[in-house]
Design a protein around this ligand. Structure first.
Ligand SMILES: [Zn+2]
Length: 324
């Protein structure tokens, strides 16, 4: 979104008022086979809905996220330090596989496929990037993060489904406790997450949240390569975990994702749009990982998104301990 809100107060109005403008006017464009087996929620990513609930119940969260935004704004104004511009950040990943049936206890090969997809997307190695339209190629970014599998923790649970209320992140509630979140990316994989009239593919916690719940949650059917997935749900959710917003700014044409080189859009894209689609007088960047297009049609982050993500790793940033 080109429009950058000048005031942080306005930014936090967005945090509190977001209702996921995905709206009923959009239809999911998955195959009928998938629709029979998986009921997509209008907001297939639960991140903003979960944020709304947390902001309502935790008065400190808005202040903590505002501090992150202040730091991020400073970095975006002054630019990244050379060590981050030229370097590659290595992030160890801990997977927590919370399963009831054996098919939900996904194998190590599927977990490694997920790591591989993340590494493709954050290092300009994803196969779909050859289809990026010329007008967007100039802002395509090599993010420069390497993800390395640190550990896999497997927990057998009797739960048939989970609300996205972070209960899977605690051993005491049948899940698995976070591991060293200031050094590791924690990813919980669960069997099913019904939410707001459908199922969500995953959700993430933004920088500024409680360390005890820091990380990303994925439905096991959208982890690695499956009939539903090529692993891009994790890329999208890790984008949130590094403070990226949805490309349409979770509002109409006036809403911002706080990144200057992503064009305005009036809502999420679905399916695999044929370029160009136009909203807000510009061509939509439907292939951005922070949109809702299908996995094979998500292919890029921008330079502006890289700066916003890497602000977390600068001195004073929420995830600075990962870049020491
Ligand atoms: Zn999302």
């Amino acid at each position: 979104m080109k429009r950058i809100f000048l005031s942080l107060a306005a930014a936090f109005l967005l945090f509190s008022c977001e209702q996921g403008s995905s709206g009923e006017e959009f239809n999911t464009d998955q195959s009928s086979e998938l629709q029979e087996q998986f009921e997509f929620a209008d907001d297939q990513c639960g991140t903003m809905g979960v944020l709304d609930e947390k902001l309502a119940s935790d008065p400190d969260l808005a202040l903590n996220m505002q501090a992150v935004e202040l730091h991020t704004s400073s970095v975006m104004k002054n630019g990244l330090s050379q060590r981050l511009v030229n370097g590659v950040i290595e992030i160890p990943v801990v997977f927590h596989i919370i399963y009831r049936t054996e098919s939900e206890n996904i194998p190590l090969s599927q977990i490694q496929e997920q790591i591989d997809a993340l590494n493709e997307d954050f290092n300009l190695q994803n196969p779909g990037r050859s289809t990026i339209p010329a007008e967007f190629q100039s802002v395509e970014s090599n993010i420069g993060i390497r993800f390395v599998l640190e550990d896999v923790i497997r927990v057998n649970s009797r739960n048939r489904q989970w609300r996205p209320d972070d209960s899977m992140k605690f051993t005491a509630s049948g899940g698995s406790d976070v591991v060293n979140p200031q050094e590791f990316l924690n990813i919980w994989v669960v069997n099913n997450m019904p939410y707001r009239g459908g199922n969500i593919l995953g959700y993430a916690q933004f920088p500024g949240g409680d360390w005890a719940t820091d990380g990303v949650v994925l439905d096991h059917r959208f982890t690695g390569n499956t009939v539903y997935s090529t692993g891009r749900t994790a890329t999208h959710e890790v984008g949130h975990w590094l403070n990226l917003r949805h490309i349409w700014g979770d509002g109409g044409c006036g809403a911002s994702d706080f990144v200057a080189d992503t064009p305005d859009a009036d809502g999420p894209s679905r399916g695999c749009p044929t370029y160009p689609t136009v909203s807000c007088n510009t061509n939509d960047m439907t292939m951005n990982f922070m949109d809702y297009s299908n996995d094979p049609c998500l292919n890029m982050f921008t330079e502006g998104q890289k700066v916003r993500m890497f602000a977390n790793f600068e001195n004073g940033g929420f995830r600075a301990t990962m870049a020491d």
